[in-house]
Design a protein around this ligand. Structure first.
Ligand code: GLY
Length: 553
């Protein structure tokens, strides 16, 4: 068949299929209609007439269908999402706390929908993920002069005065008894905030890097190494010889100049060099640790109060600041048994700053207990003049509250998890809230001090090296001394005459003095004397070669 009918050209192939079928796409509304595009076998949905596309080759699978906008019933061009959330034909009444502090979380807005902030953006993003529309209207809760009581707000939802509460509402046990919460979209927990101050310049700050024991042991080792090197060098190195006073000075000067690697005396003995190289390594470690620790001590901030966490706060009798409207008041009174008279409500961030700066002595507070998200904003805004102490002592989160058994609570929980998984939650967080650049925890100064515990290994190695070097040195001396008796060194070493009635003690004293004299001798002289002694001995052992005998020298 091939003919022109009322709808245009009609032609069928041998298998009775229409050749080049093409249709208009109509948007019918009421009694009228609009042409919004065409469909043909070759071009698919398009706003271009199919006849103009015949003969042109293009890939329909890669083209996105394109039509003019559809006008849906209700004169809207927004595509319907299916059945509307049934709420007895009226939009959902959503209560939003009208905050007066930390307005980035949620606050009143002049333009529609009348509210703005981090929590609203999260709620809108989650609602848009639902497979059905939720007509809603936001209603502010609070007088705008102070934060509303959040538990009362949740109570209003339970009393059916609102259908939901959207904002920075903390999920607490009491509240979950009244309403259904969604999954938390923000982690939260109570922390203790206290003021900090920059450490003032202290003339004795240079002593702070090490503990007293560390200073004493380091000083003792400087002297020990000086003495050991002196002993090892004394017999062979002229720089370590001289009058006793001069030698004492040499010991001190040598040992303390190693602190800056600036000792000028040469070490010539192997044992002396061994001890010195190990000691210089120890000095290097001590120097670098001292520098690092001093730097951190001079830049660190210190706590001004003695509050170190919630436990010390409870045991003190100082006033505690809490956020106006927050659940933290009830928590401190009911769960931690803190007297109500100790609690001070703080309405704005300025109140927080003043109360902490004044301190308990001037009518302020010793610390503030509040949720971490607020405190992070507070610390950023106050340039880290305040810090948290101790750990977060409760773990909870913020969620959206719905009436009991509302299907929206379940569906929004799924939507919140979706937002979390696709990263949108973080993006909204970054848009509204700055992460605090202040390190959250403060350490006590003593914790930064370097103690012997970190260094005893080094001192042990150095001590063992000194001991081994001295042991080897004295073994060698004793061996030499045994080959060397006083009567053989007449003229070289003072001969010791023992009085006839002197006892064992004076004999021992005399031998010790002899030994000391021997040690004090230059090694070269000792070697020279030993050489002479051995050649004398040889001559004594072979007197018969010329028939004469030698008299003892
Ligand atoms: N985030 C304040 C409260 O829920 O009490």
């Amino acid at each position: 068949m091939n003919f022109t009918g009322v709808s245009g050209q009609l032609q069928f192939d041998l298998e009775k299929n229409l050749i080049q079928p093409a249709y208009d796409v109509l948007n019918i509304g009421g009694t009228g209609f609009r042409k919004i595009g065409y469909w043909s076998n070759s071009s698919g949905l398009s706003t271009t007439e199919p006849e103009t596309l015949y003969g042109k080759s293009f890939n329909t699978s890669t083209r996105t269908p394109h039509l003019y906008s559809v006008i849906w019933p209700g004169e809207t061009i927004a595509t319907p999402r299916g059945w509307v959330f049934p709420n007895n034909g009226r939009p959902l009444r959503i209560a939003v706390p009208e905050r007066v502090s930390y307005k980035d979380f949620v606050s009143k807005d002049k333009s529609p929908p009348g509210v703005r902030g981090y929590c609203i953006d999260i709620f809108e993003a989650a609602i848009n993920l639902l497979p059905y529309p939720v007509p809603r209207t936001y209603m502010l809760y609070g007088d705008g002069k102070r934060n509303p009581q959040y538990t009362d707000l949740v109570g209003q939802v339970a009393l059916n005065n609102f259908d939901a509460a959207v904002g920075d509402v903390t999920i607490t046990t009491n509240r979950t008894r009244m309403v259904d919460f969604t999954q938390p979209y923000m982690e939260s927990g109570l922390v203790v905030v206290v003021p900090v101050k920059q450490v003032k310049s202290n003339p004795w700050a240079f002593l702070k890097p090490f503990t007293i024991e560390m200073w004493l042991v380091t000083g003792a080792f400087f002297l020990l190494v000086g003495v050991v090197v002196w002993i090892l060098e004394h017999r062979i190195n002229h720089e370590f010889r001289g009058p006793p006073r001069e030698q004492l000075m040499t010991i001190f000067w040598f040992s303390f100049s190693t602190m800056f690697f600036s000792h000028r005396e040469n070490t010539v003995s192997t044992l002396g060099r061994l001890v010195l190289i190990i000691w210089l390594f120890v000095v290097l470690i001590i120097n670098s640790s001292y520098t690092a620790s001093l730097t951190s001590i001079l830049t660190v901030q210190q706590l001004t109060s003695r509050i170190e966490g919630i436990d010390s706060l409870i045991s003190s009798n100082d006033p505690i600041g809490v956020q106006d409207g927050s659940f933290s008041w009830k928590y401190l009174v009911n769960e931690l048994n803190i007297a109500e008279s100790r609690l001070v409500t703080l309405k704005t961030m300025e109140d927080y700053i003043k109360a902490l700066q004044d301190g308990p002595k001037r009518g302020g507070v010793a610390a503030i207990v509040d949720e971490l998200p607020y405190i992070e904003l507070f610390m950023s805004a106050t340039k880290c003049a305040f810090r948290t102490v101790g750990q977060e002592f409760t773990k909870s989160g913020w969620g959206f509250a719905f009436q009991r058994d509302s299907p929206l609570a379940v569906d929004l929980s799924t939507a919140i998890l979706q937002l979390s998984e696709n990263g949108d939650l973080q993006k909204i967080h970054n848009k509204w809230l700055r992460s605090s650049e202040c390190s959250m925890q403060l350490n006590e100064m003593d914790a930064d001090r370097l103690s012997l515990t970190s260094f005893w290994g080094l001192f042990l190695i150095c001590g063992i090296a000194c001991f081994i070097a001295l042991a080897v040195f004295f073994c060698r001396i004793l061996l030499q001394y045994r080959r060397f008796s006083p009567e053989t060194v007449e003229g070289d070493v003072e001969e010791i005459e023992l009085p006839p009635r002197s006892g064992r003690r004076s004999l021992r004293t005399a031998s010790f003095k002899n030994l000391m004299d021997f040690v004090d001798k230059k090694e070269i002289e000792i070697k020279h004397m030993l050489k002479r002694k051995s050649s004398d001995n040889k001559q004594e052992a072979s007197p018969s070669s010329d028939g004469k005998s030698h008299s003892p020298s």
